[in-house]
Write a protein that binds this ligand. Structure first.
Ligand code: TYD
Ligand code: MG
Length: 453
């Protein structure tokens, strides 16, 4: 007879189960995340007896369910609304991640101050003292707003305060500092973060409170603590880009109430974050005269086109394995593009170091950047500047073909609006009607691009 083991070990990070304790989870590789759980609770199978089938829950037809639009509250920061999908939804939980010092606390304090006019808002700080928060509010010029503050790290006490204040919007800064009495381990640990978050999320759902959780990011760029945090919340928003420039970019990577990949852009100034309504031109460095290795890409982040300068440096390599470095772009894609360039256009860069960079710290994930990357590399390799009024976009295939990308015409219009007069685009993206002031060169093969450049 097979005997049930007395207990199981479950990974607090990914939920994988193991029969024996180990220091590292075999599934997700996280350290010290296995905790013992009684088998009864392990998977819900096995014991527990037979249930009577009498009390079957009512099911619903799609039509029966009321479909009132989610009410949305504008946050007062247009770029944040854009990322959230059009405003804040009551009862939704938003996880805001980002490097230290990038502006998470600033953004949320500003948001609360602006929401305070119409809502009761509560800002819970587990990292800073009340006077630090007040000083920041003064710097931001919002100290006159009715933002309630609480310096506390105990989740139970926070929930007591919330029950007394009944806020409509609640900010927890940060979830890594929170601890629940239910869990024995230290704050910041996987078990604590998970339990604290789950209690706060339950409170938000039960009371229709919009909840922001601030999350720290590890050196690898992922959220510190359990991955499950991302599953528990409705929306995951990250600050991206480097903290050294004044531009701050915020992107939704998960959103149950809107589109993902939408990019919000802010400028950090001495009075906090200011939305940048038309960020198109901030990713251009606008050289005085044409320089080799620079080209302008029309990319599309979320629902709006952006002009981004792509720069390349191609130089003789002293290494047997020349370097391929991509900043803000995909490294593997760069290697692939260089291989296509060699095979289908006969331009060999095997003995060259190749660096490419998207100006302004913006991260570009779409394949429409291919043509720009190759254009910049060729320009640098030959040390021949490209015209400054030229824009490009288009995907490059392994067979050396230039493939179309979505929303070609919209991209061309945006470029024309900013004074660009020439464009090299995939043949299928050539506009049906001419765009005023813009000469469009449609291309089908990589060789044609080289001829034009
Ligand atoms: P902060 O919002 O505390 O970042 P986080 O909570 O993500 O750690 O700090 C943002 C940075 O911005 C900080 O280094 C100081 C700076 N800052 C400004 O430049 N202007 C301002 O008005 C404020 C409030 C902060
Ligand atoms: Mg902070």
């Amino acid at each position: 007879m097979a005997r049930q083991p007395k207990s199981l070990f479950r990974c607090e990070s990914c939920g994988a189960e193991a029969p024996k304790w180990a220091g590292q989870c075999a599934d997700c590789g996280a350290w010290n995340t296995l905790v013992e759980v009684p088998t009864g609770a392990a998977s819900g199978t096995g014991r527990g007896g037979r249930r009577s089938p009498s009390a079957a829950p009512r099911t619903w037809q799609l039509q029966e369910v009321s479909t009132a639009e989610d009410p949305r509250h504008p946050t007062g920061l247009a770029e944040l609304d854009r990322v959230l999908g059009g405003g804040l939804v009551p009862g939704s939980v938003i996880l805001l991640g980002g490097d230290p010092g990038i502006g998470k606390s600033t953004l949320l304090l500003q948001t609360l101050a602006s929401l305070a006019a119409d809502h009761r808002v509560l800002y819970v700080t587990g990292e800073e003292s009340l006077s630090q928060v007040t000083l920041r509010a003064r710097r931001l010029g919002v100290e006159g707003q009715d933002v309630r503050l609480l310096a506390e790290t105990g989740v139970e006490r926070i929930l007591d305060a919330a029950a007394a204040e009944s806020p409509g919007v609640l900010v927890i800064d940060s979830i890594q500092t929170m601890m629940s009495e239910e869990v024995q381990s230290a704050p910041g640990g996987v078990a604590q973060v998970r339990e604290s978050a789950s209690r706060l999320v339950r409170y938000a759902k039960d009371h229709d409170v919009a909840l922001f959780l601030v999350g720290h990011v590890t050196k690898e760029g992922t959220l510190a603590g359990p991955r499950v945090l991302e599953h528990m919340v409705d929306t995951v928003v990250y600050f991206e880009g480097d903290g050294s420039s004044r531009w701050r970019m915020v992107r939704a990577i998960k959103n149950r109430f809107g589109a993902v990949n939408e990019l919000g852009v802010f400028a950090m100034g001495d009075r906090g974050l200011k939305p940048v309504a038309n960020p198109s031109a901030i990713f251009l460095s606008r050289h005085e005269e044409p320089v080799a290795g620079s080209i302008i890409l029309v990319t599309r982040e979320g629902t709006r086109p952006l002009l981004v300068e792509i720069q390349a440096l191609v130089d003789d390599s002293a290494l047997s394995n020349p370097r391929r470095v991509a900043l803000g772009l995909e490294q593997n894609r760069l290697s692939m593009l260089l291989a296509v360039l060699h095979r289908h256009a006969g331009v060999a860069m095997q003995d060259q170091d190749v660096y490419v960079n998207a100006v302004g710290g913006v991260r570009i994930a779409e394949t429409a950047a291919d043509l720009a990357v190759l254009g910049a590399c060729i320009s640098s390799f030959r040390d021949r500047p490209l015209p400054t009024d030229l824009v490009v976009f288009g995907e490059v295939g392994l067979a050396g073909e230039i493939r179309p990308v979505p929303n070609g015409e919209e991209r061309l219009n945006e470029a024309a609006k900013h004074g660009f007069t020439r464009a090299i685009v995939p043949r299928a993206n050539a506009p049906r009607r001419a765009i005023e002031g813009m000469t469009v060169e449609p291309v089908g093969r990589l060789a044609e691009v080289l001829d034009l450049l």
